[in-house]
Design a protein around this ligand. Structure first.
Ligand code: ALA
Length: 407
């Protein structure tokens, strides 16, 4: 389908005027995208005639199970996974990373084994490994970036040569700088060094087509609430061979085959990792969002979003006192600081003008430490944004500069 931005906007309830209320200028899609009507409809429809999945024998329960498993079969081709069993539903991307750390990591990592990760990582791909460092004494090998956000490839090669490197975990796209590490090459090098790989695709997945078989990553995670779907749903992709040998993460209903007083056996993948009643309506809503998004061509989405990114860059670079952190090659989000003004004050002034943007460390404190700043302001883009919305940022920033020049 042709990407007509006005038509796209008409499909997002949050962008419709209600009475005298004008919709916000929403430039915080990296934190959470708005939900598309098709996804909302799917959630409501499921909840309206819902039943628990994988349990009841009656028609309503069978329909619910069918809807849930169809959602899995929608995610599978979206990621180009080889089998639907390689798709595990979680509550968000963070839970997926924790599942890898707590299940694969606990079973496979010993004291002095190393996990290689980049300085671009979000806390959700840092803290689970720091927890294993505390618990088991694993080592973390950090790969730094230069001022343009490029990861040090020589440092990476050297890290891979160190002893006992078992896992490389990388973001597909930084949630601060918007840079994309050369994933395919880095995954290949990790495999050559005998390590397996995990990708945090929370930011990438909404902007760029993902093919897990082509990337050859062992694990990949993302969240539904950043891809025009509902909150409370995420996906962990794992290669079948890994998932089959990994112990369960959470225990409870659905994930067992047999339970006795002293022991239990587990079901097969993927339900082994889906203890309890799953986020069913959310999975169905995510599938509807993916079906909606993939009506459009990725080339058209990328062209539109790149145009917005360049526009933001032009506008911001023309304002004296703005220091842009994201390089010209970045995508999806653009972070910056304003000389002498705290990022939270900037976001507050933007908010007074109806512009929603995030400020702070964006759950990426190690990166901000590396850049030598406490925080930044981030403008992030979704498929529904327009150049006119980005134009609203400049007057607000000039107002902030004016206010603070007097204080
Ligand atoms: N991970 C989200 C962000 O970057 C919350 O803002």
């Amino acid at each position: 389908m042709k990407l007509d931005v006005e038509q796209v906007r008409s499909m997002f309830p949050a962008l419709q005027s209600k009475g005298d209320t004008t919709p916000p200028v929403y430039l915080d899609s990296a934190a959470q995208s708005l939900i598309v009507q098709a996804s909302l409809n799917a959630v409501v429809q499921f909840e309206t005639s819902r039943a628990n999945v994988h349990r009841g024998m009656y028609p309503l329960a069978e329909q619910a199970t069918g809807a849930y498993e169809n959602a899995r079969r929608t995610v599978q081709p979206f990621l180009h996974a080889a089998h639907p069993q390689e798709i595990v539903f979680t509550k968000n991307g963070t839970e997926g990373t924790n599942l890898v750390a707590q299940s694969w990591g606990r079973a496979n990592l010993q004291a002095d084994d190393a996990v290689v990760l980049s300085i671009l990582e979000h806390h959700s791909n840092v803290v689970p490994w720091l927890q294993l460092k505390r618990e088991k004494g694993i080592r973390l090998e950090w790969i730094d970036c230069d001022k343009q956000g490029n990861l040090g490839q020589e440092q990476y090669r050297q890290a891979l040569q160190k002893k006992n490197v078992k896992l490389v975990t990388l973001t597909g796209q930084s949630n601060v700088l918007g840079v994309r590490p050369p994933l395919k090459k880095m995954i290949q090098l990790a495999h050559e060094a005998g390590a397996i790989t995990a990708v945090d695709a929370a930011q990438l997945v909404v902007h760029y087509p993902i093919d897990v078989q082509n990337l050859d990553c062992d694990f990949l995670t993302f969240s539904g609430h950043k891809i025009y779907g509902p909150t409370g749903i995420g996906v962990l992709y794992g290669k079948r061979a890994h998932l089959e040998t990994m112990p369960p993460f959470l225990g409870g209903g659905s994930m067992i085959q047999w339970v006795e007083r002293e022991d239990f056996t587990t079901t097969d993948i993927p339900t082994k990792f889906e203890a309890g009643t799953p986020p069913t309506a959310q999975a169905v809503g995510l599938a509807a969002a993916l079906q909606w998004l993939t009506q459009y061509r990725w080339e058209d989405i990328e062209r539109h979003e790149q145009r917005l990114f360049r526009h933001a860059q032009d506008i911001l670079s023309a304002i004296k006192g703005v220091q842009i952190l994201s390089p010209a090659t970045a995508s999806g989000c653009l972070s910056f600081t304003l000389d002498g003004i705290h990022p939270h004050d900037v976001a507050e002034i933007l908010s007074q003008r109806g512009v929603c943007m995030r400020a702070g460390h964006h759950c990426a404190q190690p990166l901000h430490d590396h850049l030598g700043i406490p925080g930044s302001v981030r403008l992030s883009i979704g498929i529904y944004n327009t150049e006119a919305e980005i134009d609203c940022v400049a007057p607000a920033l000039k107002h902030a500069i004016h206010l603070f020049s007097k204080s």
